[in-house]
Design a protein around this ligand. Structure first.
Ligand code: ACM
Ligand code: ZN
Length: 538
């Protein structure tokens, strides 16, 4: 080849390479996909572009509907169904080797946009990525005439973990159905698939149980709420709320339609003041008890020596299982003081009769009993890491949350599945910035965006061959100081975006600086979706 030609070829290659790099820098996908090959050019979605999918498949019909609604709402584009091979967005179910149950491929080229996956879940995640490829500048969303350009790209993507979760405490404060639905929508944007719904607490029982109506008649209301634990001031205002079974069914369906599993949590044996206020005969002293009006840990817990306690909890679980199809039922298990059990004749008798060593083993007896019941109903028990006390129930999954305990490794080494959510990295109720003067109320303490991003779910001390016991991780939101949807969103964002990258993206793709850059674009999206967020996290 003559030298001029070689020079020209090199120049061309450099230009192509450069434009590819520039293009790939513009992509702002969160969580970062497994594999992205940016192309040169854009496909433009117009009013003539069609939507292609098998309308005989009800999952596909539903998720095509979600995409279609999105394009209508934000881009004023009303796409019609098509059979054409050009100028279309196609959702296609097809075997996709190596991409698992939730993976997908997304190709954008001159012919259009093709999302392929072996399951509707995968297609749905492909749509979430596509949404992040659409323009976010306000012009595009405001004016029907603005071009909707989608950059050419080839993406292959699949999650790192199967449990990608968020927990929400609805006991300390009650969040209405509309807020729960919006929260589920927010999870979807970042490909999270598990909503851990904390439904019972000392400060309120939030789930209608038809067999035990006093749980909500009495247990869902507190007479007042502490304002300040230093001055011991209360607000003097009654507070409460609960979800009816019809509302729960509606929410469970809403979540399932979006490939989110709801794992309900019914706290036992501790954090049960509200239940005991409604049914005092289930406590060691017989009461009277009070739906808690302040925060903390309370000594009044379900009596482990009284057979009635188990009959009651099994009745509750029966209805919970009717409402929630999830494989897992969360039974709490955390922070159960043993004070009352130590003084209770029935609990002490139980310890003797069962040949138990101490109250820790009584806690283990309690959890094992509930696990047996759940297994008899075809379900699996999950509990906070305190279910390790006195020995783990045989098939229990452990949610490891404490700051300084290696519970995750301990459980995994015993061949138990583990979900990790250490408070140090996953509790989004802490403040996210140092200067809290102008921040909405939060939990004392700091959890920065960067720290969430730095979280690694596989503990250092776990052998490679045991790593598969770590099923994933989740963000947790405790609501002592969060009482409105607006403040809830503020504490979630943008830290949930960081958590999404922790649980979805390959570990070698993690890069905090790149993440921050992408987050800049994501903030515009959050604005477009009218989601509140903290805009000064670093
Ligand atoms: C917890 O934070 N008590 C699980
Ligand atoms: Zn007792």
């Amino acid at each position: 080849m003559d030298p001029m030609k070689i020079q020209k070829t090199i120049l061309l290659a450099v230009v192509i390479l450069f434009s590819t790099v520039v293009k790939s820098q513009k992509l702002a996908i969160i969580p970062q996909p497994t594999e992205v090959k940016a192309g040169v050019g854009n496909f433009e979605i117009t009013a003539k572009t069609g939507l292609k999918f098998d309308a005989g498949n009800k999952d596909l019909k539903r998720i095509a509907g979600f995409l279609s609604d999105h394009l209508k709402q934000y881009y004023k584009l009303d796409l019609k169904q098509t059979q054409s091979a050009n100028d279309m967005i196609q959702l296609k179910l097809a075997p996709s080797e190596g991409l698992g149950k939730e993976g997908y491929k997304l190709n954008v080229n001159k012919n259009g946009i093709l999302i392929t996956a072996s399951t509707p879940n995968g297609l749905y995640y492909g749509i979430q990525t596509l949404k992040q490829l659409l323009p976010v500048d306000s012009a595009a969303s405001a004016a029907a005439s603005a071009p909707v350009k989608v950059p050419y790209v080839e993406i292959k993507d699949q999650p790192r973990f199967s449990w990608r979760g968020m927990h929400l405490d609805c006991g300390r404060h009650f969040f209405p159905v509309s807020c729960i639905k919006k929260t589920l929508d927010e999870m979807v944007l970042y490909k999270l698939n598990t909503f851990h719904w904390h439904l019972t607490e000392d400060q309120g029982w939030r789930l209608e149980i038809r067999k035990y109506p006093k749980l909500t008649e009495i247990g869902s209301w507190r007479d007042e709420t502490i304002l300040d634990s230093k001055t011991n001031k209360y607000d003097g205002i009654g507070y409460g709320g609960f979800y009816t079974q019809d509302q729960v069914k509606e929410i469970v369906k809403y979540a399932a339609d979006r490939f989110i599993t709801i794992v309900p949590e019914i706290e036992m044996p501790g954090h049960s003041s509200a239940a005991l206020t409604a049914y005092p005969e289930l406590g060691c002293t017989g009461g009277p008890y009070q739906v808690a009006q302040k925060w903390g840990i309370f000594n009044d817990v379900f009596c482990a020596g009284n057979e009635q306690t188990f009959t009651f909890l099994e009745g509750v679980i029966d209805e919970v299982c009717e409402l929630f199809p999830s494989q897992y039922i969360h039974i709490g298990g955390d922070e159960c003081p043993k004070v009352a059990w130590k003084k209770c004749p029935l609990c002490q008798q139980r310890i003797k009769d069962e040949g138990l060593k101490d109250e820790n083993e009584l806690q283990s007896y309690f959890i094992r009993h509930m696990e047996k019941y759940l297994i008899s109903k075809g379900r699996k028990l999950i509990g906070w890491e305190e279910i390790l006390e006195g020995g783990l129930a045989p098939e229990a999954t452990v949610m490891a949350w404490k700051r300084n305990t290696p519970a995750g490794s301990i459980a995994a080494k015993q061949n138990h599945d583990v979900i990790r959510c250490p408070a140090t990295h996953c509790y989004l109720n802490y403040y996210q910035v140092k200067d809290i003067a102008n921040e909405p109320p939060g939990y004392p303490g700091l959890l920065s965006l960067e720290k969430v991003y730095s979280f690694e779910p596989i503990p250092d001390d776990l052998k490679k061959e045991d790593a598969h016991f770590i099923k994933g991780a989740q963000a947790c939101i405790w609501s002592e100081f969060i009482s409105t949807t607006k403040n809830l969103e503020y504490s979630i964002f943008p830290r949930l975006c960081a958590m999404a990258e922790v649980v979805w993206s390959p570990v070698e793709k993690k890069d905090f600086n790149g993440f921050k850059e992408r987050l800049g674009t994501d903030f515009q999206r959050l604005k477009m979706y009218k989601i509140n967020y903290c805009d000064h996290p670093y």
